[in-house]
Write a protein that binds this ligand. Structure first.
Ligand code: ZN
Length: 178
């Protein structure tokens, strides 16, 4: 799933959870953690590639044979797409702040969606660094899958909008003393 779809999907899930959960869910933080794995993996390399292009180190924004290599990006990618690392962070934060931080589940949702929608170099090693086991899924950029993703997201937001909370009394409000 691309980062925009991840953001929309996390937002929809967080809005739904916020309606049902007893504790408030901060949508901004849920959204942040929902895109964190890709932001953390790709922001630095993107900035570096733009910098190298601007300073003439490379002649293209794309990786080139013989050009600077960014092998460590895969370390970051694997780290932020690992269920084990997520579990450790979620538990550590829970212990530190003495309550579960539900917004972190946006991160878990990101990994859960990426596992069946990545293949090859970008296949998700969900048990990294203990195991490099991975599942070759259907690439998210496959035409029909991309269409299905955005159709589902549009349907989800339509449902959320249709079922949004409305004021109990839609008549013109009058201020009255409490
Ligand atoms: Zn991802």
């Amino acid at each position: 799933m691309d980062i925009l779809a991840h953001g929309l999907c996390t937002s929809a899930a967080a809005i739904l959870l916020a309606r049902r959960a007893a504790t408030p869910i901060r949508l901004g933080w849920a959204l942040f953690f929902g895109v964190l794995p890709d932001l953390a993996s790709f922001t630095v390399p993107a900035v570096l590639r733009i910098w190298w292009r601007l300073t003439g180190v490379t002649s293209t924004l794309l990786p080139q044979p013989g050009g600077p290599r960014l092998d460590w990006v895969f370390g970051l990618y694997n780290c932020f797409h690992s269920l084990l690392i997520f579990g450790v962070v979620f538990t550590a934060v829970w212990i530190i702040v003495r309550k579960p931080v539900w917004e972190l589940l946006g991160w878990l949702l990101h990994i859960a969606i990426d596992i069946p929608t990545h293949t090859g170099w970008f296949a998700i090693q969900s048990l990294w660094p203990v195991s490099s086991f991975h599942f070759d899924g259907i690439p998210w950029e496959t035409g029909w899958l991309l269409a299905a993703t955005y159709t589902s997201l549009a349907a989800a937001f339509h449902c959320l909008w249709r079922t949004r909370a409305r004021p109990a009394n839609s008549a013109p409000t009058q201020s009255h003393p409490h």
